[in-house]
Design a protein around this ligand. Structure first.
Ligand code: NIG
Ligand code: FE
Length: 396
């Protein structure tokens, strides 16, 4: 006897190395976990509660493994300047960009940050997201970094979703450390990191020519390693500083962006089990013409995830489904790569071994879609075919 069963559905289980399709399938649960998955005709027993999916498709609950969901203000005025020809990098060098969001975020209290982030979270949940990573990085001081991380966890308590937090204090140099980048990185390592470690599941950094050097990032990662925190990295977004290989050398969960990374970096990531997180929305929105080298990624066998990168500067995108389309259109991902990128590979990018596939024993997080074939999730631009979520075995 099962607790619940979902049937009259097609399944994309993500088992094996493709979509793992089961037509006319069933998923049965006990408690929070999947107890059985397979063709409906082989379902071994009855359930206390039966859900007829009316022919919908079921995927593992979607996982957005890279977001900056919590921030104050917006950067629509900066966007207008960029429309006039000023580049994202130029605005950053003038002291705008990330730092303008830092001043808006420092000025916002916990309730204001929560209220601004909640509708953004709800937009993602409405598309079938059941797990989300949320970074700090717009505080760049203990109090505001901690506030952002507390708000991220409060969002997870307010909604049926798992939130994983990442400390991104090494995102930019705050105004009070202007011209003293090395001193700020020491401040991150000696003060911000120890003071906020309890609120963070991982440590992230921005290694780039408008971010931190490889040596500074290496020092940050050594400090994170010493605290037992896993690391991840915004790597090689605007130029190749060897971020991919650096992340791999620290056994990072993921290296993200990777527009300018070299094939040697991908080989190191593949060997270390570091996931490549692709963020096509950011490439699109800052009009980056240099795309990540997907062919080299495939050749090295590095695993690829796909995420929204929702943030006020480089990607104000309140949609993960849109990233499926952008990943396929801009980067020529296959449908299987894109859909695995927001399910099983995204779970790996967060170090979560209990989800991302439809498989007995895993947590029962599901996303239901009213579509005729999985490719539709990558094909439509706009609109939302989500027909429900299941979180830890319960309809959410
Ligand atoms: O992932 N590259 C650094 N961080 C963000 C953008 C942050 C911002 O512009 O506010 C990103 O693209
Ligand atoms: Fe980011």
């Amino acid at each position: 006897m099962f607790d619940r069963v979902w049937l009259n559905a097609s399944l994309a289980t993500m088992t094996g190395d493709g979509l793992g399709i089961v037509e006319d399938g069933a998923i049965a649960t006990r408690g929070e976990a999947i107890a059985w998955v397979g063709p409906r005709a082989a379902l071994p027993g009855p359930a206390a509660e039966t859900h007829d999916c009316g022919g919908a498709w079921i995927l593992p609950g979607l996982i957005d493994c890279h977001t900056h969901l919590v921030f104050g203000g917006d950067r629509a005025a900066e966007f207008e300047r960029r429309l006039g020809g000023v580049s994202y990098e130029q605005i950053s060098r003038e002291g705008g960009g990330i730092l303008s969001t830092v001043s808006d975020t420092r000025a916002a209290d916990e309730a204001a940050l929560f209220d601004a982030a909640l509708p953004r979270l709800d937009a993602l949940l409405a598309e079938g997201v059941t797990t989300i990573e949320i970074k700090s990085g717009y505080g760049l001081e203990v109090a505001t970094e901690a506030r952002m991380l507390r708000v991220a966890r409060a969002l997870g308590a307010a909604r049926e979703v798992t939130v994983r937090t990442s400390l991104l204090a090494a995102h930019a140099v705050p105004p009070e450390f202007a011209g003293r980048q090395g001193d700020y990185m020491r401040h991150v390592i000696e003060h911000i990191l120890p003071a906020t470690a309890d609120l963070a599941d991982a440590v992230d950094g921005f290694c780039d020519r408008i971010g931190f050097t490889a040596a500074e990032t290496d020092a940050l990662f050594q400090a994170a390693d010493a605290l037992g925190l896993r690391v991840k990295l915004h790597a090689d977004q605007l130029c190749d500083l060897g971020g991919a290989a650096l992340a791999a050398a620290h056994g990072a969960l993921s290296a993200d962006h990777l527009e300018h990374s070299n094939p040697g970096g991908f080989a190191a990531m593949a060997a270390a089990g570091t996931i490549a997180v692709l963020l096509p929305g950011a490439g699109y929105f800052i009009r980056e013409t240099h795309h990540p080298d997907i062919a080299a990624m495939r050749a090295t066998g590095v695993r690829m995830a796909l995420a929204s990168d929702i943030n006020p500067g480089s990607c104000p995108a309140r949609s993960l489904l849109l990233m499926l389309n952008l990943g396929c259109t801009l980067y020529r991902l296959t449908v299987a790569e894109a859909l695995r990128g927001v399910t099983c590979e995204a779970a790996a990018a967060l170090g979560l071994a209990d989800r991302g596939r439809l498989e007995a024993g895993l947590r029962c997080d599901l996303a239901l879609f009213r579509i005729n074939r999985p490719a539709e999730l990558c094909y439509w631009i706009g609109g939302n075919p989500n027909a429900g979520r299941v979180v830890a075995g319960r309809p959410a």
